[in-house]
Ligand binder design. Sequence first.
Ligand code: PMP
Length: 453
Amino acid sequence: TQPSSAAADPAAGAAVKATDRAHVFHSWSAQGLIDPLPIAGAEGAYFWDYDGNRYLDFSSQLVNTNIGHQHPKVVAAIQEQAAKLCTIAPGFAVDVRSEAARMVAERTPGDLDKIFFTNGGAEAVENAVRMARLHTGRAKVLSTYRSYHGATAAAINLTGDPRRWPSDTASAGVVHFWGPFLYRSAFHAENEQQECERALAHLEQTIAFEGPQSIAAIILETVPGTAGIMVPPAGYLAGVREICDRHGIVFILDEVMAGFGRTGKWFAAEHFGVTPDLLTFAKGVNSGYVPLGGVAISAEIAATFDQRPYPGGLTYSGHPLACASAVATMNAMTEERIVENAAEIGEKVIGPALHELAGRHPSVGEVRGMGVFWALDLVKNKETREPLVPYNASGAANAPMAEFAAACKRGGLWPFVNMNRTHVVPACTITEAEAKEGLAALDEALTAADAHT
Ligand code: PMP
């Protein structure tokens, strides 16, 4: 069904933008250099502006709306909960909070059966790190350079993305290392098996020289997302699990982006047969309809705080509206086979189509991904793999990618763009027809990138 976009009303859009520019201070932006698009509405795989332009959402709003926009069952659940109980402090037992925790625990791997709720991904990472430090009595935490873990105090330091640089002065206890990424191998590896072996050896050496007795945790995105959707080689995560066990290090998997259907399974860890000690989630748990995140905690770590208080909490932890929307989201995803849809569309439609585009477009250096979680690594030269735009901390001077994004938007497609990459990350609910519509627009827009090769 085609969503009906509201009648164009450019004057209303201009008014929204004027007030935004006067009073809203935007994330990650030079406030004077941005031009935010006023949005009038959204439904399913689409959203639209006030000028009558409708966009197929290939970004899922920061890789978040796994269930699509305005899912009627989730909207109804929020409305019903609002009529019943809008808010209650985290210390009480409440039906929707209990049920949301039970349902998350049921879906996470292994014995991750206790859920600490937060308002989003960064707070989940902050609390996972705190739990690991208190559990082990150790201070250091290891994370990879090609990663994004959030923008709060510990989370931004753990983040390997250059956006952490301005916050690096306070990076107490964080050590970065290289994760596996064959296309731009830090280890001069020639195949996935070599990359895996060398990345594990590099991690072992890093631990040896940092001192294993000082390391509380290793945190990894199961499939690193913002940094480039780099599916790890077979055996890598199992290898990290073994290293953590050997050294008494807590293994944290950050599934804020990869979780809840994005990779075609409830959690990406399932693809690799690995269970972490702590698993962070947010985004897809309720598609961000109400802010929600959390940490799923192993029995062993939960036991640490059985007779000793956990020193952390949030006024809105396990917020009833957020939990009601999470319950409705997980139920709808199960009833409507939405995780299965993500797997099937990825395998049968998106993956093959992206590989076909890579064969025809000189700017597409590599295609990576699974489910509805794909990246095109855009290059100036396929032989040298030189990125289409240089790596930089500010996102400035990114003209070729800006031209590519503008071409997508002219074609009715809203892309996700980061550095020299575009990520194809539509809702897990996307239909074959919608995916094909978006892929055709992407094909057209890539000619703008080809012009810079
Ligand atoms: N971890 C990962 C893997 C993420 O992708 C993100 C957000 N992109 C975060 C943590 C931070 O989540 P939030 O923006 O909700 O704080």
